[in-house]
Design a protein around this ligand. Structure first.
Ligand code: DHB
Ligand code: MG
Length: 224
């Protein structure tokens, strides 16, 4: 716990109260996250709203998400794309997927969300093999060691102009350690190196403090 963590949480609570009201379905989705294999890993409400705004700014209709858990961020994305849009979300654990599906019904977005259960790399490979139409927006928020594989799959599933966001790239500052033995940190560093090397991608990364402690995310635009 950082000394200023309470202040970070208070400011997040203030912003969320002021700008980002959660309806019952979002609150229930957040609460049900405690029953998943990764309790409290869902994005903060103000980050969920940012994902929604980015989708809308980008005019995204087709969204791909790596890592569903209880579907909290999925609901933000599904509401952002509207009734004509679609979100495909990939989840390893059938139990998590079942919780998420219930949440999609409660949120009124079940008809525009497809949950694919199983290892996300395999699910994405199947989408590629099936010739899935390009996605406009990708949110990568699953197991961190697989980040490079998820970006690679995303490149096969998007086209120029698409936006890719990767969550959790700071991890309490651990990301700066090139010798970190933590496979999650290694997965983040590897994907950032891949992004930097790829001439098709323009990217930045931002640190966040708030209800989820000290972390951050990367925003990428595929330019060609
Ligand atoms: C972890 C994963 C997340 O997606 C997140 O938002 C926070 C933490 C984790 O792997 O610990
Ligand atoms: Mg995350």
């Amino acid at each position: 716990m950082y000394e200023s963590e309470k202040a970070w949480q208070d400011v997040d609570a203030y912003f969320v109260d002021t700008l980002v009201p959660e309806d019952d379905a979002l609150q229930q989705a957040r609460l049900s996250g405690r029953q998943t294999t990764m309790p409290r890993a869902e994005v903060a409400a103000n980050q969920g709203k940012l994902l929604a705004l980015l989708c809308q700014i980008a005019g995204a209709q087709r969204v791909l998400e790596f890592g569903t858990l209880a579907g909290y961020s999925t609901i933000w994305l599904a509401r952002a794309v509207g009734t004509q849009g679609h979100v495909t979300t990939l989840e390893l654990e059938p139990g998590n997927a079942a919780i998420a599906t219930e949440n999609f019904h409660r949120a009124g977005v079940a008809d525009r969300v497809t949950v694919i259960t199983g290892p996300a790399t395999e699910s994405a490979e199947r989408l590629i093999a099936d010739g899935a139409a390009p996605y406009d927006f990708v949110f990568i928020d699953a197991d961190k060691p697989s980040n490079p594989a998820y970006l690679k799959a995303s490149m096969a599933l998007t086209g120029p102009g698409s936006v890719i966001v990767i969550d959790n790239v700071v991890r309490n500052g651990a990301v700066t350690d090139p010798a970190s033995p933590d496979e999650r940190v290694r997965g983040v560093r590897a994907v950032l190196a891949d992004i930097a090397e790829d001439e098709r991608l323009e990217a930045t990364a931002l640190q966040t403090v708030g209800s989820k402690g000290w972390d951050g995310f990367t925003v990428i635009r595929r330019v060609r």
